[in-house]
Structure formats: C-alpha cells, structure tokens
Design a protein around this ligand. Structure first.
Ligand SMILES: [Zn+2]
Length: 817
C-alpha cells in the first residue's frame, strides 16, 4: 500500500483553539472511529428516511483525537464505502462548536484522500475545558467575507457574484452587461428586498414590447430574441444548472480570502457562530444561522388540553441551500410575528431543534426550529444576495396526475386564464376569497389552480390584470397542495408562495415555449370539465335537449344553442326586486307591495320605498330542429331585449305605450343569438321538468361564428391525426363562441360557465384537450407545419378586445333597430 498522505500535525489542538463557527482551518486527519448516531426521539426515527441518518466520527491527527458530526450530505460516502474507519480525510469545510465545554466539529465538506489505511499512531482524546460561550473573533460572516472574492469553477477570476446570487438579483435579468468582468459584485448584490414582483413584472412588461407574445405573427426564431440574454448561461457563470435549486458550489466552500483572520473588517451582527442550516442538529445548542425568510404562515389560534394557544411559523433558506421551518408559540408569537417579513434576511439563534412534522412541512429538513422567547432574531441590515430568494423544486404539471391528494408541489406554469375572485362561505361561518385560474406547462398538461384568501387580491389581481391585457404571465408556485375534485387541482395553502414572472432561466424557457408553440400545443387538462373553471362547452340543437335527456343526470348540463327567440311571454316579464345591500350584494329577492307604497322583502324582513324591476323572461328558443322553453334572468334578459327591465316596465306599465312595447318585442323576435343554457331537471308539484335557464345571450356574429367553426375544423383535423375522430355534433370539447366574460364583473360560482379563453390567440386552445400526446396541432390553415401562426385565423389579442361585445350590467347601449 502506498504511503498515506501526512496528517496535519497538532490539528486537534488547533481545533480546540479555534473560535466557534465556520473554520478556515483545513486539516488532514484520519478517521479513528465512525458510528451512526442513535436518535433518541422515536418520532425522529419514524421520520428518518435514509438521508436523515447521522454519523459521528472520531478524527485523529496521530496524537490527539477529536469528536465530530458528519453533515448528512456526506452520508453517501459512508454508504458507498469511500469513507470508513481508517480513511484519511481532508476537511475542507467545518464548523466548530463548544457543547458542554467539549469541542465538537461539524464536518460540512471533506475530501477522502485515501479510503483505506491502517491506524496511524495511538491518538488520545484531547482534554481541555472550554468556557461554554466562547466568543469568536471572526471578522464577519463567511458569506459576506467571501462574496467579493468568489472565484469558483467557471468564474475565471472575474469579480462576478456567485451563481447563487443571481437568484435574488432581479435587476440583472434582461441586462446582458450586468455581471460582466469589471462590474463590482457589490452592485449585483444590492437587491431591494420585497421588490421582486414589481421589478420582475416591470421587466417583463418591457420585454414583451420586443417579443411577440401577443403579436399577430409569431416568428419561429423569436426565441433568439436578444433581449432575453440570460445571465446564468451567457455570462460565464459556470456550468449550466438549476441555479435556483441547491447551489452546486456553496460559497462557504470556497477557499477563504487571505484577510479572513486579519482582524475585524466590518461591524457585522453576523459575527458569531453562523453555521449552515444543514449543520443544525439537536445535539448542538449554541448556534446562529443566517437565512432568508421564504414564507410566513400567519398566526393560527388553537385550543388544546392546556387551553387556547397560538402559533405561527416561517421558512428559512440559507446561502448553502439549507432550508428549515421555524415555529413560534404563545409569547414568542407576539415577540417575533411582526419582525418576520418574507424575503428579508435574519440572524436566528438560540432555538431548539425538534423533528419536523413531515406532513405539514414540505421543506427538505428532518428538523424544525422551535423559537422561544429567549431566542434571538435579528434583521440583517442590507440584503445578502448570496442567499437565494426562493428554493423551488418544480414538478411538471403532468406529474400531478399521479400525485396523491394533499401532496405538496412546486409548479412553474403559464397562466392562460384567470377568473375574478369571489367570496365563499366557510364551514365555520366565516368567509374567504377564492379565485380560479388555469396553469399550463411544457408537459402538455394544464391544471386548475385555486387561490384562497389573501392570494386572491394581491397576486391574483396582478395575474388577472396581466391576462386581461393580453399577457400570459409565468407563475412560480411554492408549496401548492394537490386536490382531487373532478380530476386533479392545485390550491394555495397558508404557506404557499407565489412569484409572478420570476427571473429564472426556466421561466424564460417556458415563456419562449409558450410564444413559439405552447399557445397552440396539444393540452390535456387534469382538472374535470365540470369544475368551476375548466368547464368546456358544447354546441347543441334544441332537439338534442330531449333526445339526449340533458339535465337529467346529477349535475346540470351546460350547452350553447344557436337560435332565435320565437316567442316571448310578455305578461310577467319582470318582477319587483329588493334593492337592499346584503354582504355587498344586492338582495334581489322578490318584494311585495304592502299597499301603502312600501315594498316588503320577506328575506330581509324589511320594507323599503324603492324596488327594482328585474327580468324574469319566459321565451321559446327556436332552431331548425324545434324549440325549447327557456327562462332568462336579469343580465341575459337585458342582452336579449336591449333595454333594462326597469325601462321596459316603465314603457309598458307607467307610460302604457303599448305600441312602443310591441315594437320592442317584435324587433327581438327571430333575431339570432348564441344562448348559453343551464339545463337541469327540477321537480314541480311532484312532476319532474327539465328547465333551461339562459345564463347568457349574445347577438349572433357571423364573423365570430366562422372563426369558431374554423377552430372546430382544426380541432377535428388534429384529432384525425391522432387517430380519434369524434364528430362535431358528438361534442368535442370545443369552446362556444362567447366572448370573454371576465370583464370585471363578479360572477357567482354557479354562473361561472364561460370559457374565458375565448377571443384571443388561445381561442382554440382547449379544443385539443381530447388529443392526448399530440406533439403539436396540425392546422386547417394553409400555413400548417412549422410556420403555423396561432393567429392566422384567430383575431389578434388587440382585435379580439375591439370585437368583444360589451356584456351585461347595462353597459351596452340600448339596442336600436
Ligand atoms: Zn331583501
């Protein structure tokens, strides 16, 4: 056997003299003993997947030996036999701790110089009693000290910030020159916390001016658009990789700069004992971590055997990619809740480590920190951009199909549509906001996503504005929860985090994909058609309502019928409605005249001087196959008549202008409309009757209808290619030709029946939902193939807005013959 590398003489003595915290000392030692740490806590053992095993190493310099804990990241070396008793190791990164006056080394990184070697010398345990709280004379925390001198692989010595810093650096995106040689890294690091969404949104808006996200023609080469220079790939930042994942080269692994021990260089609150989160363990009580808050869960009140209590938690991420959840109870909630802000960097010390409850914590750590009133949390002045802003573990939307309910998932997708938010009642009597949107990614799948509570207003509103203005934003979701309701859905939880148009290369790739092909690519929705958002629409003839026994299953059928009003029952076309505001909405219940000029609402149990006439319009819808009875309420009634019910009531009953009234009705008859119908069997006097409610009526527009049918033909061609060919009347899930209903009105859930993809380049997107696995949609248009432009028959986003009829709520001018 070859001669072993020499051990570092006096290394153990020196380790005992080192301050607590990360050490710059890199001795070569021999492993004198190696054994697993037996977890005392059985819950920890239960949670213990293999990677949570910990090993204790006795290290020897040939004269003295020293206890150490091995970072779990190094366990594989033991498993594959590289590291064992006798191995000669080079400690390239370690942290020194003093626990109960004993010295413990946490080995963060080591290099096995020789796996097998006979024992060298007869080392003895080094004995020296240390004061418990040894004050280190570390000049500054390692991340900061290092950041100006980073010269890892691929860095070529330039003064560029480490790769991980790009994560937090929104400013750099789209600025090809940023980070180039000669640029002071301190500039790169000066990221304003909290500015992320605003900045990235702004940047995105600017970029879209150069791109063709919404232009009429998509250039196949537009992905080469130079305004998307990606710092991570273009600027010599080292090998390409998942730069927002775990950094391949944590900055603290780099050789320390020479000035490291030359005395304090900066007054820094991080001076003491900053260790990586990955090195935290229950056996070590004195520690400080420096980490960014990536998520904050709001205070929850609870009751248990000991009475009422409250809890809040937040997630921490450090420069080395380590993440951990911190939890505060009771007094600690009052103490720390206001201090903690997402995206800020803190120094946290003096907490106890408990096994993590994996059911509730999606983080990659087997422990969590319990913070007590005696714990310390300090805000770091200035942001530390070596700490990434967020750690995502993105999964493809297609993978959700095989995920269990309640799985926590990170997603990156294009938001193809956003519904307005609405209020839902909670079981406990409270209420919350809900908002539904569609997320699509390169896996060829889309999923319905639900925002709850605060997410509806903040991020939800921003997403809706972007979608409304024709931009399809990229959404990064951290910690969504998979649900099973009519297929798979994903919803936010209190610990979710959303980033709109994040500046990850992945997001950029997705954006480019969407522009060039994603918009029209085959797409399978994982969410059921009957869910409030993903419901697609089928064209039917009136005869099919009976023939196909529509409305007679458990759920209503939503169909679109093109036809005319052949008959209107004018005797009772409206009813007097209560105008009281209840929970921000008009009551609208029927009121009765007391005879004294007051109107009584039985629901509100109040009388009022005013009422509003609202439509309750009975009519026949006729097409070439027959006719059906239908009832139309306020909004659709106004669409059909072109006047408000109040106005029509005035003409008929106050002015008693029967001629004008007859004219108005006459002009409506045999006009063509697209009717959106809700068909459902209801029981009256023990007799089942299928009722058709007109939830929407839109004047027939031949241009739009033609576009719709071109889209349907395209869809059939696509299905032909993929080997299945349902007939058009067989109801391929084509969207009806309705324009957007998202025009800001708050639609109750039961009416959320319109596909919102209409009118834009997405118009025919959903129709491909039947063609699973289609790489790309062939087109009926002449330009089929690689040069296929999504808008070649569809309206441009701008045109679609111009063409979009204004709907409902009295916004349309009274209809003129
Ligand atoms: Zn009322």
């Amino acid at each position: 056997m070859e001669a072993p590398p020499p051990l570092t003489a006096g290394a153990v003595t020196e380790i005992w003299e080192l301050p607590n915290g990360p050490a710059t000392f890199q001795p070569v030692l021999q492993v004198a003993d190696l054994r697993p740490v037996v977890a005392k806590n059985t819950t920890a053992a239960a949670a213990a997947a293999q990677h949570s095993e910990r090993f204790r190493m006795l290290l020897s310099d040939g004269v003295h030996s020293q206890q150490s804990m091995l970072g779990t990241g190094l366990n594989d070396l033991i498993k594959d036999g590289t590291l064992r008793v006798g191995s000669i190791v080079h400690l390239t990164d370690m942290t020194c701790n003093t626990i109960q006056k004993r010295r413990i080394v946490i080995v963060v990184k080591l290099e096995v110089l020789q796996s097998e070697c006979p024992k060298i010398g007869t080392p003895k345990i080094y004995e020296k009693s240390l004061p418990e709280e040894q004050e280190p004379n570390l000049p500054a925390n390692p991340a900061q000290t290092n950041s100006g001198n980073y010269s890892g692989p691929g860095m070529l010595g330039s003064a560029v910030a480490p790769r991980v810093e790009q994560i937090g650096n929104n400013l750099s995106y789209g600025r090809p020159n940023n980070g180039g040689p000669g640029v002071d890294s301190s500039i790169c690091q000066s990221v304003q916390p909290g500015a992320n969404n605003v900045l990235s949104g702004g940047t995105y808006g600017a970029m879209s001016a150069h791109n063709t996200m919404n232009a009429n023609v998509v250039h196949p080469n537009s992905h080469q658009n130079q305004s998307f220079a990606v710092p991570g790939t273009g600027g010599g930042f080292g090998p390409p990789g998942n730069i927002y994942g775990r950094p391949a080269q944590p900055s603290y692994q780099q050789p320390p700069p020479p000035h490291r021990n030359s005395g304090p260089v900066a007054k820094n609150e991080a001076a003491s004992r900053v260790i990586p989160i990955s090195a935290l363990n229950p056996y070590q009580r004195t520690w400080t971590i420096k980490a960014r808050v990536t998520a904050k869960v709001h205070v929850k009140n609870f009751n248990n055997a000991r009475g009422p209590g409250k809890v809040f938690s937040f997630d921490l991420l450090d420069a080395n990619g380590g993440e951990i959840r911190a939890t505060c109870f009771g007094v600690a909630v009052d103490q720390f809740y206001d201090l903690i802000e997402v995206d800020k960097v803190y120094l946290v010390s003096r907490g106890s480590l408990k096994p993590a409850n994996k059911r509730f914590s999606p983080l990659n750590n087997d422990y969590e920190i319990n913070l007590e009133p005696s714990s310390s949390i300090e805000v770091c002045s200035g942001d530390d951009s070596s700490i990434p802003k967020q750690q995502f573990n993105f999964r493809q939307i297609s993978e959700i199909a095989n995920m269990d309910k309640d799985t926590t998932v990170d997603l990156l997708g294009v938001v193809t549509s956003v519904r307005p938010s609405f209020t839902v009642m909670l079981k406990n009597g409270g209420e919350t906001q809900k908002r539904v949107l569609q997320l699509k990614d390169m896996s060829g799948c889309s999923v319905e996503m639900t925002f709850w509570g605060n997410f509806c207003d903040a991020e939800g509103q921003q997403l809706q504005s972007l979608c409304d203005s024709g931009l399809n934003p990229i959404l990064a979701l951290k910690s969504g929860r998979v649900g099973e309701f009519n297929g798979k859905t994903v919803s936010t939880t209190s610990s979710s985090l959303l980033k709109i148009n994040p500046d990850f290369p992945e997001a950029e790739r997705l954006r480019q994909w969407y522009i060039t092909e994603g918009k029209i690519a085959a797409c399978t929705s994982l969410s059921g058609e009957m869910s409030s958002m993903g419901r697609t629409d089928v064209r039917k003839k009136t005869a099919q309502i009976k023939d196909e026994r529509l409305g007679q299953s458990e759920k209503p059928d939503w169909i679109t019928v093109q036809g005319a009003i052949s008959q209107i029952y004018t005797d009772n076309f409206c009813y007097p409605a209560c105008t009281r505001e209840v929970n921000g909405k008009s009551c609208n219940k029927k009121v009765t005249n007391n005879g004294d000029g007051m109107w009584l609402c039985e629901k509100c149990d109040q009388s009022s001087e005013t009422c509003e006439y609202r439509y309750l319009l009975s009519c026949h819808i006729q097409d070439h196959t027959g006719f059906t009875h239908a009832t139309s309420f306020q909004e659709a009634g106004q669409e059909i008549i072109g006047l408000s019910a109040q106005d029509l009531f005035r003409i008929k009953h106050e002015e008693q202008d029967d001629v004008r009234f007859a004219e108005i009705i006459q002009q409506v008859r045999f006009q063509q409309y697209l009717f959106k119908l809700r068909v459902k069997e209801e029981v009256y006097n023990d007799e089942p009757r299928v009722k058709c409610n007109i939830v929407k009526a839109e004047r027939y527009d031949p241009v739009k209808e033609s576009r719709f049918f071109l889209g349907a033909i395209d869809s059939l061609l696509a299905e032909d290619t993929s080997g299945s060919s349902p007939g058009l009347n067989g109801g391929p899930a084509v969207n009806a030709g309705f324009a957007n209903s998202e025009a800001g009105q708050s639609v109750p859930a039961s009416n959320n029946s319109y596909a919102v993809n209409m009118g834009g380049p997405n118009q025919f997107g959903q129709q491909f939902s039947a063609s699973i696995g289609m790489p790309a949609a062939p087109s009926a248009t002449p330009a089929a193939g690689s040069g296929f432009a999504p808008n070649s028959y569809g309206p441009s986003a701008a045109n679609a807005r111009a063409h979009k009829p204004v709907i409902a709520n009295g916004a349309r001018a009274p209809w003129n013959p």
